[in-house]
Design a protein around this ligand. Structure first.
Ligand SMILES: *Cc1c(COP(=O)(O)O)cnc(C)c1O
Length: 334
């Protein structure tokens, strides 16, 4: 099957599985797993932070970070479209007693500085204590403008806020902008990075930050049920991904560009945006369900909504993109 629903659908390659088989392991709750340690140290170094912490998911990594930054009755400023607000089951509020202060994202994914400033609450018993600004890069596939990030973090600092980056796809941002990942992570106090997306590992995220913040997150990880034992088999997949699957993200970005150009050439389809490995396109509503079924019959998995997202990844080739575009053309040519 050609699966364009997400970059989470990638399967571990033979080389990655071999690396997992060979992994040296220990009980990581006791701090004994050398492969987990190596991944945490490697990621901390690449991101320019003191320490790293391995998590089973990006959702848990983000939540532990929010809980490390914010106490009960604190709040974080976040985008309406952000994963840490919209797609994590309200975890910060449910499990952390942390109030989100969502703001409308601008078209480029940023949170306008004047809106951030206006949302920061004065010290007053009526208000939650504003503690943290949380951004996301990439967001909807888009790379946050670097100058914006600098200004937003400066603004946060000026008001005494900490900063967190949901960098689930920060490697896509790094490759697309030709910057070392450490340049993109530098402004933030903590950054969460996913290995189970375009990097192609089956499981895993790493949170990086200061030793003090990572120690706090370590406690919350245990509380949240994220303490894993011989997790080196998973960390080995992530280390393999760092070595083999970073530069090749450029192929995914080129494939997404090709996919967008193909869809744009089909009459009733409107391409809304393409950035890094994501394409967003609109299809006439009445065609969504039949087109999705038509594609599935031809071995192509999509999630066809009025505004549909197509994601390229290491299990989608240039030929697969051509097959997909031809199938959509075929559908509308009937
Ligand atoms: C996938 C993703 C996460 C984490 O998701 P998990 O499925 O829990 O690993 C966090 N943020 C963004 C932007 C994501 O795309």
């Amino acid at each position: 099957m050609i699966d364009l629903r997400s970059d989470t659908v990638t399967r571990p390659s033979e080389g990655m599985k071999a690396a997992m088989m060979r992994a040296e392991v220990g009980d990581d709750v006791w701090g004994d797993d050398p492969t987990v340690q190596r991944l945490q140290d490697t990621m901390a170094e690449r991101a320019g932070k003191e320490a790293g912490l391995f998590f089973p998911s990006g959702t848990q990594s983000n939540l532990a970070a929010l809980m490390a930054h914010c106490a009960r009755g604190d709040e974080y400023i976040v985008g309406q479209a952000a994963h840490t607000y919209k797609y994590e089951g309200g975890g910060a509020a449910v499990l952390g007693s942390i109030q989100p202060q969502p703001l409308e994202n601008a078209a480029d994914g940023s949170l306008p500085l004047e809106k951030i400033a206006a949302a920061i609450k004065p010290i007053d018993d009526h208000f939650a204590r504003t503690r943290l600004l949380a951004l996301e890069n990439t967001i909807g596939g888009k790379v946050l403008p670097p100058a914006y990030v600098t200004e937003a973090v400066q603004l946060a600092r000026q008001y005494g806020l900490a900063t967190h980056l949901d960098g689930a796809r920060v490697y896509n941002a790094a490759v697309a902008s030709g910057q070392p990942v450490g340049t993109l992570t530098a402004p933030f106090d903590t950054v969460s990075i996913c290995f189970s997306k375009g990097l192609g590992a089956p499981v895993g995220s790493v949170l990086v930050g200061s030793r003090e913040l990572i120690e706090r997150a370590h406690r919350w990880r245990k509380v949240l049920g994220g303490g894993m034992r011989q997790a080196g088999v998973l960390a080995a997949a992530c280390l393999y991904a760092l070595e083999h699957n970073v530069e090749r993200l450029a192929e995914d970005h080129a494939n997404a560009e090709h996919l967008a150009a193909g869809l744009a050439s089909i009459d009733p389809v409107t391409v809304q945006s393409q950035a890094t490995n994501m394409v967003f396109a609109q299809f006439p509503k009445e065609h969504c369900a039949p087109l999705e079924a038509w594609l599935k019959e031809r071995g192509i998995l999509t999630q066809m909504l009025y505004a549909s997202r197509f994601v390229t990844h290491l299990d989608v080739s240039r030929a697969d993109i051509e097959t997909f575009v031809a199938a959509v053309k075929g559908y509308f040519a009937r």
